[in-house]
Design a protein around this ligand. Structure first.
Ligand code: HEM
Ligand SMILES: *[C@@H]1O[C@H](CO)[C@@H](O)[C@H](O)[C@H]1NC(C)=O
Ligand SMILES: *[C@@H]1O[C@H](CO)[C@@H](O)[C@H](O)[C@H]1NC(C)=O
Length: 491
């Protein structure tokens, strides 16, 4: 019995040694990084359970700005700081345009749609969606007019609170989501609509998972996690709810017939399916349409509304900056005229504040992973086909080589010595390269207009109950502020 036990232990030890040797030789193929162990990679150090900007920046101090983290059995090449992120995403953009189909992404999207897809399918969906967004007037006055309508509705929601303490996040989420609804469904929802509320709650539950410990465990042990309850299961149920919601809207469009074309994303997509009917090999089908729409919600709601939520928090914490924005708008804009996107050119300070809100809140916690579709060089490193890249976008927004006071909310980052607006190269909240954010123009327009309209109409103050609010974020798919309440006073 004892002998059997010893043989077993010896066997396990041998296995570990073999794995260790194998791992050592594999490591030589990748940039340097913290020592991994067989099977668990760097996760023997609990701090790597949750990847975040500061942690990666700390590791970069030891190993350089391009390093490898072994995530369980998978090596991930991290790009840290503006220069490494820029070189990695733009030197050979085609090589790094893949998305790794990690177990969580596969469970959510199964390589359909845009955001979580890769290869040929991604290429077709992305190309089509970019074209459709252009047709639908992205960056044109039609869409801006609709954003204005939404901004007015947001102002009314705030006015109704009559100065009582409130948390702005739900109202912001309603307004931002309605903009995407106009783009994809061709209509907005009443802010009281219960099914619309369910849609937003579902999106929120989906957003709770990425970047958390549950996500880490899911990617390493998908089989086991599939059998366990938890936030990942809730997220997948919510995904089904959103799919059903989208399918219902598609049915409505189909029932309405094809008299109208090109007014919303669904009409554009249905027309494309019709047009490509005799080329069944092309990936234009209902599955991809549903997931592409899902992705526009996934990419375009939580990000923008969280940015605005942070924006209001900064304004109540830095009332002098709030006052300066309002003074600039009062001086430049004729009385009674609502702000439009073109006005940003006449409002350098306001524009600088809006950019600084995006930089400082850095709502995308780290960045989305990329996949190398062929061998590529990043700076002096050969990165092999099949490697997963993690560009730490947030570290560029906080890079001490690029920003005068990275850890401070400081609109001067975007102003030159004459007080004119200057954009900065390291301002990359929307990422770079072939997979850069598809909604960048839409996001910039809506953030500027919502923020501008609100500050034109109200003065914001921190509610008494929230005086000890801290600026550190709550973790999830996006970096959220802690719960806080504000009061609005009409100006
Ligand atoms: C503050 C607002 C926003 C921020 C900070 C943001 C940021 C990002 C980032 C960092 C990526 C990843 C790019 C990469 O893989 O390197 C991305 C992708 C994407 N975003 Fe946004 N985004 C915002 C708003 C929007 C909006 C409004 C939409 C919808 C119209 C949108 C749709 C997408 C889509 C579809 C992708 C996937 C692109 C691809 O994989 O090819 N985003 N976004
Ligand atoms: C995922 O996609 C593959 C190939 O497109 C398909 O065969 C498979 O049934 C899909 N899986 C699920 C769960 O939908
Ligand atoms: C910068 O600002 C000054 C004064 O505010 C203005 O006269 C000048 O034209 C601006 N320069 C540019 C390049 O816009």
């Amino acid at each position: 019995m004892l002998a059997l036990g010893s043989i077993f232990i010896l066997f396990v030890l041998c296995l570990l040694v073999v794995q260790l040797v194998k791992l050592q030789s594999q490591r030589r193929l990748y940039p340097p990084g913290p020592t991994p162990l067989p099977f668990i990679g760097c996760l023997w150090q609990p701090k790597f359970f949750r990847i975040h900007r500061e942690l990666l920046t700390e590791v970069a101090k030891t190993y350089g700005n391009i390093f490898t983290l072994w995530f369980g059995p998978y090596p991930i090449v991290v790009l840290n700081g503006f220069q490494a992120v820029k070189d990695g995403l733009t030197s050979h953009p085609e090589d790094v345009a893949g998305r790794p189909i990690i177990p969580l992404f596969k469970a959510v999207a199964n390589n359909t749609g845009i955001l979580l897809a890769t290869g040929r399918n991604w290429k077709y969906q992305r190309r089509f969606s970019m074209g459709a967004m252009k047709t639908l007037g992205l960056g044109k006055s039609i869409l801006e007019y609709q954003i204005q309508e939404e901004a007015q509705s947001l102002v009314e929601m705030f006015r109704k609170t009559k100065g009582k303490p409130m948390n702005p996040s739900f109202a912001l989420n309603l307004a931002v989501s309605n903009v995407i609804c106009v783009v994809v469904f061709g209509r907005r929802f009443s802010t009281e609509d219960k099914t619309f509320h369910h849609l937003l709650e579902a999106m929120e539950k989906i957003f709770k998972v990425p970047g958390t410990l549950t996500h880490t465990l899911y990617d390493i042990f998908p089989g086991i996690m599939d059998c366990l309850p938890g936030p990942h299961k809730t997220a997948l149920c919510s995904r089904d709810f959103v799919w059903a919601f989208i399918r219902k809207e598609i049915r409505k469009h189909q029932d309405a017939g094809t008299q109208e074309k090109g007014h919303d994303f669904i009409q554009c997509y249905l027309a494309e399916i019709e047009k490509m009917k005799d080329q069944p090999k092309l990936p234009y089908n209902e599955k991809n349409m549903v997931q592409s729409i899902f992705d526009l919600f996934l990419g375009g709601t939580e990000t923008s509304s969280t940015t605005l939520n942070w924006g209001l928090l900064y304004m109540v914490l830095y009332p002098d900056i709030q006052a300066k924005v309002q003074k600039e708008m009062d001086t430049v804009l004729p009385p009674g005229q609502t702000i439009c996107y073109e006005d940003r050119k006449k409002l350098p300070y306001t524009n600088a504040v809006v950019h600084e809100i995006q930089r400082f809140s850095s709502v995308i916690a780290v960045g989305l992973p990329r996949y190398c579709i062929r061998d590529t060089m990043i700076q002096q490193f050969l990165i092999r086909k099949g490697s997963i890249l993690l560009p730490n976008m947030a570290s560029a927004l906080y890079d001490p080589n690029e920003w005068e006071t990275p850890l401070q909310f400081n609109p001067n980052h975007f102003l030159d010595k004459d007080g004119n607006f200057t954009c900065r190269e390291a301002f990359i909240p929307f990422s770079l390269g072939h997979r850069a954010c598809l909604g960048e123009n839409l996001a910039k327009t809506e953030i500027f207009l919502f923020f501008g309209n609100l500050l034109q109409t109200f003065t914001f103050q921190l509610a008494d109950g929230s005086k000890d609010i801290k600026l550190d974020p709550v973790w999830g798919g996006t970096l959220q502020p802690h719960y806080f309440e504000i009061c609005v006073t009409p100006r």
